[in-house]
Design a protein around this ligand. Sequence first.
Ligand code: 7RM
Length: 662
Amino acid sequence: MYLSITQACLRDFCQPGIFYSNLAVLKLFNMKQIQNIEEYRAEYQKSIENPESFWAEIAQEFLWYKKWDNVLQWNFETPEIKWFEGGKTNICANAIDRHLEKFGDKTAIIFEPNDPNSPSQKISYRELHTSVCKLANALESLGVTKGDRVCIYMPMIPEGAIAMLACARIGAIHSVVFAGFGAESLKGRINDSNCKLLITADAFHRGNKKIALKEIADEAMADTPSIEHCLVYNHINEKISMVAGRDISWHTLVSVQPDTHEPVAMDSEAPLFLLYTSGSTGKPKGVQHTTAGYMIFMAYTFKQVFNYKDGEIYFCTADIGWVTGHSYTLYGPLLNGGTTVIFEGIPTYPDHGRFWDIVDKHKVNILYTAPTAIRSLETFGTEIFKTKDLSSLRVLGSVGEPINEEAWQWYYQNVGKNRCPIVDTWWQTETGGILISPIAYATPMKPAFATLPLPGVQPLLVDENGNEVKGNPAEGRLCMRFPWPGMARTLYGNHERFKQTYFTTYKNLYFSGDGAKRDGNGMYRITGRVDDVINVSGHRIGTGEVEEAINSHDLVVESAVVGYPHEIKGQGLYAYVICVDKSGNVHNLPEEVKKIVSDKIGAFARPDKIQIVPGLPKTRSGKIMRRILRKIAEGDISNLGDTTTLIDPSVVDKIVEGALNQ
Ligand code: 7RM
């Protein structure tokens, strides 16, 4: 039964009064959670039989200025995807304002600073509303308006989130650049989308390091003609230089603003944000997401996958500079009226117990992190757990790369104490939100498997020629045959590249770039990027497969395998291996590693070369930069290209040195 707009509005969500008079929900907010596998099957079936009515029912639970005319219009050839066209809404109003009446005093954000001795901070929905309104007014006072691009280059502090929400509130398109990127990367991203405003901070500490953010921003702004102003948040009282006329103090401007602001009614398909992501070639792509579909998909997937219950504390370790930070540190939890932890630091500062201290201190119920973090903590052993209380935990999540079985078991046993389901969530910047994942407490778990598609998601596997691989088990390239509301709509300023990258490899399909296997029960296991497939003597070998075999050796922490030209076999396998004993002083390890791969996969997959290394060249999101490893394996070390996006560029020198001494 529908309530009348005013009834529903007054009864449940909107504070009566001028600011909400024109926003309405069509139905009570009672999105049901999937409780077991039968319910999942039923919900999935419904979503496939009639996707439009499935998503429309969920969409009704949000605040709208105007209801949509069409639920979905799509064409994967052009490609054009439109969800809820004709509707008008605002994601900031849905993430904050709608909770005020009932949950105004509830904590929206818990901020845990880098230094464990500094106080943590709790921000209620009401306080968040005030801060966002003030900043929204400040942005408008600078002439920023609907459709303008705003670059956000901020530490992992609440003000970064506030900046994103304020942009969304006024209809400006946020483009967050991770604060670990340097001036060149920042400049390129600003210029690609002609951002008008840059929001940044003086500086910040991450672990032992200090990063002089404003100084880097200044370097970038020497060559960003579109930037009119730079709004600077004073985070640690660092001495910085301010350019008169261009640079403005956040504190000075924001403190004089009114503390209410009416959200701007946005078209469903109005761009919400850009997020730059690297492809296998070319410069980073500005993946563009839109308002209504993104909002509905993040709210739905967050609530289902993590089985989020009212009042729970949720901690996603992803920085807001990555898509996981956008969708599941910020928007997903807030759209559900949840409490989200924003953590400024790193897992190993001041020691490797930091995550567990945060879980204990804030009584975290749901922890969502990356396999790379798990594996790095794994190397320190399990002694630390004796002194930490992790009993508040109820659900664990993994994202960003395939989680190998060892890491899965370690996480399950030591962190989850064999009682918390792990949701291994597969998705991409381009998908906006989670597509394939267990639903906590509903889907049976299978280590290293992302398991089943969420309702509304229609995956398939295809062979190299684009023919569907039907039946189970199966293996192939992972594609989607039908749109989902959270998918990207274009690449900023380059629709042709969008089409070429995702929609032309296989006709009428979205191509993810990943390979996957489906087991006898239809459960998916993501095997990794298909661009990393190596062909040895005519055998196609997935780097992920070989790495998994190598990692199963007791003395191996992690490994990366690449192909290199081989006179006889076409390509040979070169394996970089991190040993438990960091000195790498284990003489027969290379032979043992070769043997374990032969045993597990087959002699054809036996690596030709093994190099014991102290670390791997990883980007900040935990992805191994294989390009560099390939060059070293080829012996082509004269030009290793740009290594500035690596967490630790010095590791490359160590690997080169090791390779030369082999
Ligand atoms: C969310 C995110 C996307 C790529 C994707 C995969 C890999 C992500 C998983 C995974 C196996 C997972 N966005 N990937 N999650 N592989 N299992 N659960 O990471 O745009 O930065 O990366 O990451 O290769 O295509 S992303």
